[in-house]
Design a protein around this ligand. Structure first.
Ligand SMILES: [Zn+2]
Length: 349
């Protein structure tokens, strides 16, 4: 693999048409069509463009499958796109190997706020390009490695942003950290949402993305009136991480591991948990979990407590992104802690 060539990651490739074979190309063969991360500017009948980003994580294929399906449909019906569509195809090399990122690569969804990696220059180049003209709206499409409901994320609480995410799902998450994600950068440019489509490639996620892009391409404008209160909005307030030195197991196996989590851990995602809900077990020698708030402060004892072997919630909360994938737990985090975010009169958009 050619992943050590830094020039390949620091330059944005640009195309004004789909490369031949794109619509049927398997995700692990995209590297035969593209030289690297690529912006494809497709003309439609109306401007400004809708921007859609797929494959920032190489093992999250729902966004790619959705745009392939949608563009194939327009091609078969010999219809022009009703609006310009700008498509960014991200970590093609990781996609070749079916992984989130390759060893030595940064996380492609943490490069959008500057930094030292060559990939941060690529990110700056794309954002410069996007700043040059208005955008209609922007979507960044992802999957979760564990079971979660489909949900849309916003990084601003303005009406057009909430309405955009609401078109995708009645479950919505508002977050400001991590701030290095593409969604936060896009939110400064236009109404933007990150779409979390459940497990990679599952049919419902793909079809909802197809539906949303189709709707947005056809929509003359985005509604700026406050949305109906027919959705659940959760606010991410903290991140739970494990210590690299702790060995992690699934199921109760404290004789072998430092930290253990139940086999059906993912069933806890997006459920309203009471105080004193057990989320796992820890051995006496474990370093244990570390919870940090959005300002990076250690708030572990505010949210969690230990009682004997049990790891318990200290207060009611909602968890997201719990996964059985141990390497994701080490690489990313164990989960996020969320709270319902009521849109009262004082914080209504
Ligand atoms: Zn992702």
């Amino acid at each position: 693999m050619d992943s050590l060539d830094p020039a390949r990651h620091s330059r944005l490739c640009r195309l004004d048409a789909l490369p031949r074979g794109f619509l049927d190309c398997p995700v692990n063969r995209l590297d035969t069509l593209f030289e690297g991360p690529t912006l494809i500017r497709l003309r439609g009948e109306r401007r400004p463009p809708l921007f859609v980003s797929v494959l920032l994580h190489g093992n999250e294929v729902s966004g790619l499958l959705a745009v392939q399906q949608l563009l194939k449909d327009f091609e078969h019906r010999r219809r022009p796109l009703p609006r310009d569509l700008w498509l960014f195809v991200g970590n093609i090399e990781a996609a070749r190997y079916g992984v989130r990122r390759l060893p030595g690569q940064p996380d492609y969804n943490r490069i959008w706020a500057g930094g030292e990696h060559p990939e941060c220059r690529l990110a700056d180049e794309l954002l410069d390009e996007l700043r040059r003209q208005p955008l209609f709206a922007a979507l960044d499409v992802h999957n979760n490695s564990g079971w979660n409901p489909l949900y849309g994320c916003v990084n601003r609480l303005e009406a057009r942003y909430l309405r955009l995410a609401r078109r995708f799902s009645a479950v919505m998450v508002y977050f400001t950290q991590p701030h290095e994600v593409l969604g936060v950068a896009l939110s400064r440019l236009c109404p933007a949402a990150t779409l979390e489509c459940g497990l990679s490639g599952t049919a419902e996620g793909v079809s909802r993305v197809v539906h949303l892009i189709t709707e947005l391409l056809a929509a003359p404008a985005l509604d700026a009136t406050p949305p109906e209160p027919d959705f659940e909005l959760l606010h991410t307030i903290a991140t739970v991480r494990v210590d690299d030195a702790d060995r992690i197991g699934l199921g109760y196996q404290l004789e072998r591991y430092d930290l253990c989590f139940p086999d059906d851990l993912e069933a806890l995602n997006f459920r309203r948990l009471d105080a004193d809900t057990a989320i796992g077990w820890r051995s006496p020698n474990a370093r244990g979990l570390c919870v940090t708030d959005n300002d990076g402060r250690n708030v572990t004892t505010h949210y969690l407590r230990y009682q004997g072997e049990f790891i318990l919630t200290r207060r009611p909360c909602v968890l997201s992104m719990l996964t059985r994938n141990i390497s994701v737990i080490y690489q990313d985090c164990l989960c996020y802690i969320m709270e319902p975010y009521p849109l009262h009169r004082d914080n209504a958009p």
